[in-house]
Design a protein around this ligand. Structure first.
Ligand SMILES: *Cc1c(COP(=O)(O)O)cnc(C)c1O
Length: 382
């Protein structure tokens, strides 16, 4: 079945982003590629093999379900690490397949102890410690419980690392909170070392942390959004470029999401376009219909707000984003005809649609729009 749009993944751009991220890492710091959310909507089955070609061997996902998807395309030498949720019925699979995972409560440790004997392989765990985000993470009391449970069942566990997550490294407004988190993290590492748990791989930074807190790299960084060519926020981009001599953007967007013109229409002055009374023409207008809507991942928040590129020019979305369609204004763009390529994300000629321009409105916009791109859109690697 042909989809109404397709996503092109640019291999060279991904390579260049990986090189850029590596240039920011100190030597001996490992790069874990975060490929949760279907590789931020880009497609794990396309992204993981490419990253492996570029020498990446560590991959972070959110859940056991995502780990299963990743394992299908990952080479046996590479590591998969779950940073979040493990469905209880997946636990056996996780252990048998040597998938690493965060432990953020004693409950999971007890479950592993209870099923001891079900598999010979050790649970490869990263202790996710609370440092001040107060989302998931082991409080000191829980950390002590976990340490004790593990000490009593030492043969069941292979303790790989100690981890945490920074609560907003992308904004200077959070500077004090982040600094406090990093120093708490150092204390937890030291605490574990004093208990005799040495050589744990420590990791706390994601993309924003890597850019803004170079001293918080520890042994590994977990970067997502930078890989795909986007800055965590505009502020992060500005603060990075501010410190450099060249002001050229080192990142390259790796995705181009395209559809085509399905219909072109003339609309008289004073008429309403689409559902209800949300858009009224103030002159004679020409519109085009593009067969992509919120069920294809084109966010409803782009109603009367987003832009696409057609014939190398920006064209605004008018009215509401429908389930399967958007209507765009092409009054000032001559020659638009059925079948013309429409770019929804990415570059066409000199015009680029990124969502960083919307990021001021909502920091999570880049992440959200990308992560919501459905799996059934055809992906092509170029
Ligand atoms: C999503 C996530 C990351 C990666 O974040 P980016 O901002 O995309 O680099 C790292 N660690 C954890 C725990 C995450 O949930």
């Amino acid at each position: 079945m042909a989809s109404t749009s397709h996503i092109e993944i640019k291999r060279d751009a991904l390579k260049s982003n990986v090189d850029f991220i590596r240039s920011l890492c100190k030597s001996n710091v490992e790069l874990s590629a975060v490929v949760k959310g279907n590789a931020y909507g880009h497609g794990v089955s396309e992204i993981i093999p490419l990253l492996q070609e570029f020498g990446v061997t560590h991959f972070s996902v959110y859940s056991s379900a995502e780990a299963r998807e990743a394992k299908k395309v990952i080479s046996p030498e590479s590591t998969v690490m779950i940073m979040g949720y493990i469905a209880i019925e997946d636990l056996d699979w996780v252990l048998k397949n040597g998938v690493e995972f965060f432990v953020s409560s004693p409950v999971l440790i007890r479950q592993i102890i209870n099923r001891a004997g079900a598999s010979e392989v050790k649970a490869k765990i990263h202790l996710e410690v609370e440092t001040g985000m107060y989302r998931t993470g082991l409080s000191l009391a829980h950390l002590n419980q976990v340490v004790q449970l593990i000490e009593e069942n030492r043969s069941l566990f292979d303790i790989k690392g100690v981890a945490s997550h920074l609560a907003g490294a992308e904004s200077i407004a959070n500077y004090k909170r982040i600094k406090k988190q990093v120093s708490t993290f150092r204390r937890r590492i030291k605490y574990l070392e004093e208990l005799g748990w040495r050589n744990l791989k420590a990791h706390i930074s994601s993309s924003a942390g890597l850019i803004n807190y170079p001293d918080a790299q520890f042994d590994m960084v977990r970067t997502g959004i930078l890989l795909y060519g986007y800055w965590p926020t505009r502020e992060t981009q500005i603060s990075y470029l501010h410190r450099r001599r060249t002001k050229e953007d080192p990142l390259r967007r790796i995705m181009k999401w395209q559809s085509e013109v399905m219909q072109v229409k003339r609309v008289p002055e004073g008429e309403f376009i689409g559902y209800g009374l949300h858009y009224q023409t103030d002159r004679k207008m020409r519109t085009m219909v593009v067969p992509v809507g919120y069920c294809n991942g084109y966010s409803r928040s782009l109603s009367n707000n987003g832009h696409v590129v057609i014939r190398g020019q920006r064209s605004p979305v008018i009215g509401f984003v429908n389930m399967n369609m958007i209507i765009c204004d092409v009054t000032e763009i001559p020659g638009v005809k059925v079948g013309d390529k429409v770019t929804l994300i990415g570059q066409q000629e000199d015009v680029e649609i990124t969502f960083t321009s919307f990021a001021d409105m909502n920091n999570a916009m880049n992440y959200e729009i990308l992560a919501r791109l459905p799996e059934n859109i055809e992906r092509i690697v170029n």
